[in-house]
Design a protein around this ligand. Structure first.
Ligand code: ZN
Length: 107
């Protein structure tokens, strides 16, 4: 009799936006229209490379909210996880094999 109570709420709205499973590598000419999950490697784009702090390795569009953020080589290599810097998102994930996205719980 409690079938209603067992229905679960899904905060991410998974029906509309299934989680993106892998990164898509793009180049500088696509920078102003990057989609969630797109990544732009700074080493492949010299004019951008000169503008960005050498501590960072790539520009990543958050796979959940699409906000652009800078990530380090350690994050790109999967050594460190990535947390979206946007307060309303806080998507936490790891990049596996420089391609696949593994979502992690938000602490
Ligand atoms: Zn985000």
């Amino acid at each position: 009799m409690d079938s209603q109570a067992s229905s679960k709420l899904r905060p991410m709205g998974a029906k509309r936006n299934p989680p993106i499973e892998s990164l898509r590598h793009v180049f500088q000419d696509s920078m102003d229209r990057m989609s969630p999950g797109d990544i732009l490697l700074l080493d492949d784009n010299e004019s951008l490379r000169d503008l960005v702090d050498p501590a960072f390795f790539a520009i990543l569009s958050c796979p959940l909210c699409g906000k652009l953020d800078l990530i380090t080589q350690s994050q790109y290599s999967g050594i460190e996880s990535v947390i979206c810097g946007y307060d309303d998102c806080s998507c936490h994930f790891r990049i596996d094999h420089k391609q696949a996205l593994i979502y992690l719980p938000v602490n």
